[in-house]
Design a protein around this ligand. Sequence first.
Ligand code: SF4
Length: 509
Amino acid sequence: MNEKQREENSQVNPEAKKTEKDYSKYFQAVYMPPSLKDAKKRGKEDVQYQSDFSIPEEFKGLGNGKKFYIRTYGCQMNEHDTEVMAGIFAALGYEATDSTEDADVILLNTCAIRENAENKVFGEIGHLKPLKLEKPGLLVGVCGCMSQEESVVNKIMQKHPHIDMIFGTHNIHRLPHILKEAYLSKEMVIEVWSKEGDVIENLPRVRKGTTKGWVNIMYGCDKFCTYCIVPYTRGKERSRRPEEIIHEVRQLAAQGYQEITLLGQNVNAYGKDFKDLDYGLGDLMDELRKIDIPRIRFTTSHPRDFDDRLIEVLAKGGNLLDHIHLPVQSGSSEVLKLMARKYTREHYIELVRKIRTAMPNATLTTDIIVGFPNETDEQFEETLSLYREVEYDSAYTFIYSPREGTPAAKMQDNVPMRVKKERLQRLNSLVKEISAKKMKEYEGKVVEVLVEGESKNNPDVLAGYTEKSKLVNFRGPRETIGNIVKVKVTKAKTWSLDGEMAEEAIEVK
Ligand code: SF4
């Protein structure tokens, strides 16, 4: 539902919000329910670009004297949305707090990618109930990918009436309206548009940290891998205009940021939706590499859309890092077909060959799903053999988790959970073995580390990441935090490196 339809619906029943709590007719009367089916219907309409976002006068000061707390689950896209919501809260006069007890508004920015993630959120919703009873003025909201699912919204309405607001991933810019309505209304405020339409620029944003910045280059995904809920919860692919991205990266460089990660569900599809421009991720990276910022990364890649132009530009090096996260998901072409990944094992291996020919030192990491419905032992063995062949530096590994509304969730599955768990263990042993071997190669070498802060386990030790995303712990002066320094690796562990400062901080602007 777009803005116009929403307004029309509100006009159908302007008194709806004053009725008693009866959610059975709520959607019919006020808003359309979120619908995965509608979300799949990709419209032919052009993407609208809005660059005039501002907080209307009527909302200014809404948060004066109040505090907000946002708990973020899931991926970097959610982290990005949280930064935008924090920006809107700040513009409304709210202050941030890191304690739920202190907060006047609590938002759970949720993730729908696995059942486990959803269960955690429902656990947290339950935990917040006593706090809400204690502080009736408190507003509690659920947003993010889970709120795009009708079943989730229904469950919250039926079982968790202490929730005040539910809003979707396409409604973030409406936060001021939603908050105001939640203050005025006795009812749960629900605003979830199933269809996106716009790319909204100029949203306020409070970034986490001052060293590493995330820059969204596109929204949504049109790939429809059969196991994945993202194309339904995040909508169709919409690319930001290159000039907006370049401007944002320049601003971050001027503010002293050291590392930028370009972000999107499938960044390799960047620009494919432009009607007036023949322009892709390679072209964008070619322009960004000229900006004076030490490190530029991107995530997440889809092997199908990873083209030669991008490889050619990445091979120019400089501030474009050669650590590439390239999710393969399975080493079996048959399973890849069932997953609708739209590439084969052979195509993937050829892509890796091209990348390594152009960038001999490139580091590859990946994502793998084990136990996809009906995966055979032989097919799983193909995943292990592919892993050995590519020799990834590391991998995120998962047992397949069915997501309601996706095609894979309807497949019969003859693989018992015990077998899936055994496969995961075998894969993880291989990941660990190769990762340890790769880390060992760093012993005695000097690496450049972007220092992020104290190590989690020891405040006397500093921690940071290399260009290849290796965690390095070392002793050094605190003034190096936020800078890139040279560190000599003294000891390799499976997942991290220990080292000592090799010289003073490299001077950075
Ligand atoms: S590329 Fe596939 S796995 Fe990635 S977000 Fe799109 S549908 Fe999901």
